[in-house]
Structure formats: structure tokens, C-alpha cells
Write a protein that binds this ligand. Structure first.
Ligand code: A2P
Length: 279
């Protein structure tokens, strides 16, 4: 009928830099991931982050709304036609208390200016790449692990992920499984690439096959014994660190003890570090 025809199917987008949510997955009561449409012009390097968010509440006096934005690592690879993000839910977090309720069809704000240090360009060539994550710090590695260059540049890629519970490892565990069996990646990188990938998940507050903080397992030598590799050395090993602040600082100090130096886009060296987003 006429009334229906006159009603617009969809409200005009009101957000600046709006992208549409296509999928949401809740992994635990603390963690969720989501996918959004990708701006056609957006190019990024695996491991980079963008600012994303929602409109904030109206100002009580002026009624004006301002965007509420936070840095989020892009978890999807650069060849994907959508963008994926992995997030914590903080009950009283200004952004994540709202963001955790998004549904497919909703819009989020995405500023299309990717930046960051967890990129291949910031590391010198090496034999073995270590990706050290805690919690949602896995996100940039989810992108890097689906990037052909990661396997082209290194003989071996070791991913460690330390979480409180087994449930918090699930996003990473499924990603690793997907990478190992991914035919598209095999086509891009070549048969047998998955043999280079080693996955080392640990938990600290719930029973699992491997327990303990990765930093302690490195100090004791357990991780090297488990994987059958020598301790990190500046001649052969490269590392990327992404987790909570205390973890980043502890691991940074440990890597410096091994003789690795921090690199940047402008001055590539042996390791790079970036903080996982906390609301
Ligand atoms: P722990 O349970 O011993 O604190 P969070 O969820 O708080 O961000 O922590 C994620 C994981 O990182 C947890 O398993 C936690 O272990 C671990 N972690 C926190 N701080 C450090 C640190 N300084 N060094 C190594 N691991 C850490």
C-alpha cells in the first residue's frame, strides 16, 4: 500500500564514517568479536589498528552527541572484503558497555586511517617469528597469521597466547585451526605453509594442558623445551608483543635481556610492541 511505499526502507545513515555490522560472535561473557563492511578505499598492513566506536550519549546541556572512539587492531587479513575486530566487554567501559550490544545491521563509526607498529616493516629479516599475546592482544596476530608474508618471511612462526581461562583462548584456537585448514591461504602461500605455524596457548587461572604466564615459562626454559627451539637470540629471532600493559613491560624487559632491540617503522629492529585496547 501507499503508506508502506512512502516509508523509507532504512533510515539515512546518521554516523560519520559509518560501516555496517555483518556478524557478531560472543565467545565468553568478557569477550566478543564482530565483522563490519570495509570501506572500498581502505588499505592497511596486517597488524595495524584503526579508531572505531559509536556516538556517545547526548550532552545533557547542549544535546550534542560526540563520537566515542577507541583504537582497535584489525583482526582480519588485508585480502578479506570485510573487517574483523576482537574486543573485551567492560561493564562500565564508556565504549564497550555499548559496543557489546551491537547486532548485524547496526552501524559503527570507523575512521579509515590505519596505523601501528606491529607490522613486518618494523622488523629486520630473521628466521623465527614469535607472536606473544595475552587476552584480546591476539587480535593483530589474527590478521598477521592470515597474511602470506608472515610465512614467506620466516621459517617458523610461533604464537603464544596467555589467558585466564580456557574459554578465553577459544577465539585464537579457532583462528589457528582455520589458518591450518584454509585452502585460500594454501593457494596464496603454497602447500605445507601450515607446518611453519606453532601454537602455544597457556592459562593462568583455570586448568589446561599448559599452565602459567608465558614470561615465567620463558624464564624457566619450559617453553623452549616444549617446542624444541633454542631461547630467543638477536641473530635469528624476531618478536611482536601485544597484551596488557604489565605483560608488555615484563616481556619487553625479557627480550632486551636476550639482546633483542625494539624496532619501529622508521628503524626496523628485532621486536615491536603494542598495547591491547582496554576500555
Ligand atoms: P594472571 O592471571 O596471572 O594475571 P588480563 O585478562 O588481566 O588482561 O590477563 C590476561 C592474561 O595475561 C592472564 O592470563 C594474566 O595472568 C596474564 N598476565 C597479566 N600480567 C602479566 C604479566 N605481567 N606477565 C605475564 N602475563 C601476565
Amino acid at each position: 500500500d501507499t503508506a508502506t511505499q512512502q516509508t523509507p526502507k532504512r533510515a539515512a545513515p546518521t554516523l560519520p564514517d559509518a560501516q555496517t555490522v555483518t556478524q557478531v560472535t560472543h565467545w565468553t561473557d568478557r569477550l566478543f568479536s564482530f565483522r563490519v563492511t570495509r570501506p572500498a578505499s581502505l588499505r592497511f598492513r596486517s597488524g595495524e589498528f584503526v579508531m572505531i566506536g559509536l556516538m556517545g550519549d547526548p550532552d545533557p546541556e547542549t544535546g550534542k552527541q560526540k563520537p566515542l572512539l577507541r583504537a582497535y587492531s584489525i583482526a582480519s587479513p588485508s585480502w578479506d572484503d570485510e573487517l574483523e575486530f576482537y574486543s573485551i566487554k567492560v561493564e562500565d567501559g564508556p565504549l564497550t558497555s555499548k559496543l557489546q550490544h551491537i547486532q548485524p545491521g547496526d552501524e559503527i563509526i570507523l575512521r579509515p586511517k590505519p596505523v601501528g607498529t606491529l607490522v613486518h616493516d618494523a622488523l629486520l629479516p630473521g628466521k623465527r617469528l614469535w607472536l606473544f599475546a595475552t587476552g584480546t592482544g591476539f587480535a593483530p596476530f589474527a590478521s598477521l597469521l592470515r597474511d602470506p608474508q608472515t610465512y614467506e618471511d620466516y621459517d617458523e612462526v610461533i604464537v603464544t597466547h596467555t589467558c585466564r581461562t580456557v574459554g578465553e583462548l577459544e577465539y585464537g584456537a579457532q583462528l589457528i585451526e582455520d589458518v591450518r585448514g584454509n585452502e585460500m591461504l594454501e593457494e596464496l602461500i603454497g602447500e605445507g605453509f601450515a607446518a611453519k605455524l606453532r601454537y602455544y596457548p597457556t592459562t593462568t587461572r583455570e586448568e589446561s594442558p599448559k599452565m602459567g604466564r608465558i614470561t615465567d615459562l620463558m624464564r624457566s626454559g619450559e617453553v623452549y623445551a616444549d617446542l624444541g627451539v633454542p631461547p630467543l637470540a638477536p641473530e635469528t629471532d624476531r618478536a611482536m608483543i601485544c597484551g596488557n600493559l604489565a605483560f608488555n613491560l615484563d616481556l619487553k624487559a625479557l627480550l632486551e635481556e636476550y639482546g633483542l632491540r625494539e624496532g619501529a617503522n622508521s628503524a626496523p629492529r628485532e621486536y615491536v610492541v603494542e598495547k591491547a585496547f582496554l576500555d
